[in-house]
Write a protein that binds this ligand. Structure first.
Ligand code: ZN
Length: 198
């Protein structure tokens, strides 16, 4: 059978959310009964469940599903991982890139699993600072590496569309553990993700 992508939404949750979004549309001054908006509450209900699916995912389970014993102690870097999340203060998107590195201590994981950990924590209501440390902690606990480094660069629509309207500002957050707390190791990582290598 050919590949078929299916998405499952909880009917009870979808109905509850849709009812609330229909009410929100009216409160915002819209006519929720006009043609273009008829299916919008249900679409938003499903979109929001999709964007918050990280609550149902377990980062450590994902990392450990492809955990292999390997005697390497060179820095493993996955950079430019696309990231889409939503700020928990305004429920508006923030998006950008994550750069992650770890130094194995006998165990490695699939590179795609590192990228999936970003999804686990970004598909929730978040603040960029917590997202950064949650990714670090999950890798640290699952692989027990010599060190982990996480850098996230993101633009926040709540800053760009409202409030201070700083349209080009990029927020950078970082978290380092173990070997990456040493100046030289951290500098090597920062150099490798800065793009001078490609
Ligand atoms: Zn915000």
């Amino acid at each position: 059978m050919a590949y078929k992508k299916t998405e499952h939404y909880d009917e009870h949750v979808t109905l509850g959310l849709a009812t609330n979004y229909k009410n929100s549309l009216s409160l915002l001054g819209e006519d929720a009964e006009r043609e273009g908006l008829l299916k919008t509450p249900e679409r938003v209900a499903k979109a929001m469940q999709y964007l918050t699916q990280g609550y149902q995912m377990d980062a450590k389970l994902i990392l450990e599903s492809a955990k292999f014993h390997e005697e390497v102690s060179e820095m493993v870097i996955v950079k430019d991982i696309e990231l889409y999340s939503m700020c928990e203060h305004h429920m508006l998107p923030f998006f950008g890139k994550a750069h992650i590195a770890y130094i194995p201590n006998g165990w490695i994981t699939g590179l795609s699993k590192i990228a999936r950990v970003v999804d686990v924590y970004s598909r929730r209501l978040q603040v960029q600072e917590r997202l950064t440390t949650q990714i670090l902690e999950a890798i640290k606990e699952s692989l027990n590496p010599m060190g982990v480094a996480v850098v996230i660069e993101a633009q926040h629509l709540c800053m760009m569309m409202r409030g201070v309207q700083k349209q080009n500002s990029v927020t950078t957050t970082s978290a380092f553990s173990g070997e990456f707390q040493k100046e030289a190791t951290r500098a090597e990582f920062m150099k490798l993700i800065s793009g001078r290598f490609n």
